[in-house]
Design a protein around this ligand. Structure first.
Ligand SMILES: [Zn+2]
Length: 295
């Protein structure tokens, strides 16, 4: 998408540098919506230039990982929407910084059905790059997020979109979204062939419901983040801590770790760092993509 930053030495804190701020200010939300629309991607940034800019950068990052490093992330970018808290149909979603729809759904008051894999970002809590930077810093300091990078939430949701794409490619898609049905074969089951057959949507629901053991949670929390491991909230339920959150938090961390701090460009294949993590974590992450062994 050609949102490239000039290499220039600047002080580095949580990924946000004065150079990046200056470059981001050159783009309006509408500029970046136009760039996405040229590629057939719907983007509605509600004039939030910070999120728009970050989406452009993250799109460049995943294009590089796909084209240069041959990683299987070549999913079409998701439809991107910035929302206002008050516009959400389900008020329970108001706590989120963003989310990705596994299947098509109505999300925003007065709007129609969004297609499966659409990604949404919260306008109220991420109005500027500095706000995103401070938020990531605070969430990382508390151990909640795997990185303190201002791109954290943008990448995290983007990874959910890629993960859902991989699942539907492998298990087939049997939901109701006409566009998604067109994109994936129904019941193709190219990789997974249990008896009886488990459909893409059913498999996805099982993955969302699966939780890690306390031993696994300990490893995940230490190596990745508390959200990936699962955090018990006041109601007693567990927030995060399923294969989707483990993948999103891990990939976000791996990607952020190989970004040039000044240009935000990918400097090396993020997955060629053997021995970086505990072997038990690597096994958990490998399994979490399709969760065939359960978890
Ligand atoms: Zn998530």
């Amino acid at each position: 998408m050609k949102i490239k930053n000039n290499p220039q030495r600047v002080s580095f804190k949580a990924g946000l540098t004065p150079t990046i701020k200056k470059l981001a200010a050159q783009y309006s939300g509408a500029n970046i919506e136009y760039l996405f629309k040229q590629r057939g991607v719907n983007a509605d940034f509600k004039n939030n230039r910070a999120i728009a800019y970050c989406c452009g950068i993250v799109n460049d990052i995943f294009e590089t990982l796909t084209n240069k490093y041959k990683l299987p992330f070549g999913a079409k970018p998701p439809s991107l929407t910035v929302y206002h808290d008050n516009d959400l149909i389900n008020y329970a979603d108001r706590d989120c910084l963003g989310f990705c729809l596994p299947d098509s759904a109505r999300i925003i008051l007065g709007k129609g059905v969004y297609e499966a894999r659409s990604v949404f970002y919260n306008n109220e809590r991420m109005k500027t790059l500095s706000e995103m930077d401070a938020l990531a810093e605070a969430q990382h300091r508390s151990g909640f997020n795997s990185t303190n990078h201002f791109l954290h939430t943008i990448i995290h949701e983007w990874v959910h979109n890629i993960h859902n794409d991989l699942l539907y490619r492998v298990f087939g898609y049997d939901g109701t979204c006409p566009k998604t049905l067109q994109r994936y074969n129904t019941f193709n089951g190219v990789y997974y062939d249990p008896n009886p057959y488990v459909s893409g949507i059913e498999h996805l629901k099982r993955m969302q419901a699966s939780r890690y053991t306390s031993q696994q949670r300990e490893i995940i929390k230490k190596e990745i983040s508390e959200y990936a491991a699962g955090r018990r909230v006041r109601s007693g339920s567990i927030q995060g801590g399923n294969p989707f959150e483990l993948i999103a938090e891990t990939i976000t961390k791996e990607v952020v770790d190989v970004l040039d701090p000044n240009t935000l460009m990918v400097t090396q294949n993020p997955f060629y760092q053997a021995g970086k993590h505990d072997k038990k974590l690597t096994d958990l992450v490998n399994n979490a993509w399709y969760n065939i062994a359960g978890g």
